[in-house]
Ligand binder design. Structure first.
Ligand code: SAH
Length: 219
């Protein structure tokens, strides 16, 4: 598959949809999304659609991945330094490993945690050829975060629960930001952005989204 041209078109579409951060567009143009999906789905890898990755889970649409990472890069820790990389990032829900690969291009260190052994192992296999020394894959329950890597400049979740777990807020650095799907007042799901500042914790609810559920324990 001549993926470079197809990927470049995906990036053009993302820009047209309003993704403006050059770091995000560059990362989306770099990571070969088709290498993370089942061979039967390769032809859809660059369409703006979520795709099944096994065990009932899905890889998010490119637009949603870009939007969330763009929000993450808006953390006040980076204010005034728009060209910089984010520090340590925690991703909840490794899935196939695609978003972890994208994150590795915008953050200095990525800790990505998955509760399903089958997907944790699939992500390991998928990521091996990329030799990303800064990506650390963990099998565990992301609802309790990963204290050993804390504090994080950013925490991004690919699964949505009733509320953002307190552990994530505890493990967030001052100046850091959480971007996560969470249950909204109307019963659906919405993106929430949580900033930890010297003055306290600030929350903003953004647009509606559709993510797989955040579940506890490993399986
Ligand atoms: N970022 C992924 C998308 C994965 S879908 C990618 O690029 O492919 C969301 C994932 O979150 C699923 O694999 C699901 O098993 C996982 N998940 C749900 N609850 C979790 C938890 N408490 N801890 C870790 N992973 C969790």
């Amino acid at each position: 598959m001549a993926s470079d041209a197809v990927r470049a078109r995906m990036v053009q579409r993302l820009a047209a949809q309003g993704i403006a951060d050059a770091r995000v567009l560059r990362a989306m143009g770099t990571v070969e999304r088709h290498l993370f999906v089942d061979s039967a789905l390769v032809n859809q890898a660059y369409e703006d659609t979520s795709l099944p990755i096994g065990l009932g889970q899905t890889i998010s649409k490119p637009n949603v991945v870009s939007r969330m990472i763009e929000l993450l890069l808006g953390a006040s820790a980076l204010a005034g330094k728009p060209g910089d990389r984010l520090g340590r990032v925690l991703e909840i829900g490794t899935g196939c490993g695609y978003q972890a690969a994208v994150l590795s291009h915008v953050a200095t260190e990525v800790y990505s945690i998955e509760r399903l052994r089958g997907l944790h192992e699939r992500a390991r296999t998928n990521l091996r050829p990329f030799r990303l020394a800064t990506v650390h894959l963990l099998l565990g329950d992301g609802m309790i975060g990963y204290a050993k890597g804390a504090p994080y400049a950013g925490i991004i979740a690919a699964a949505g629960g009733e509320a953002v777990p307190e552990a994530w807020i505890t493990q967030l650095a001052v100046g850091g930001r959480i971007v996560a799907p969470t249950q909204s007042a109307t019963g659906g799901q919405a993106l929430v952005v949580i900033d930890k500042t010297a003055r306290g914790v600030e929350r903003r609810i953004l647009e509606a989204v559709h993510f797989v559920p955040l579940k506890s324990g490993i399986a």
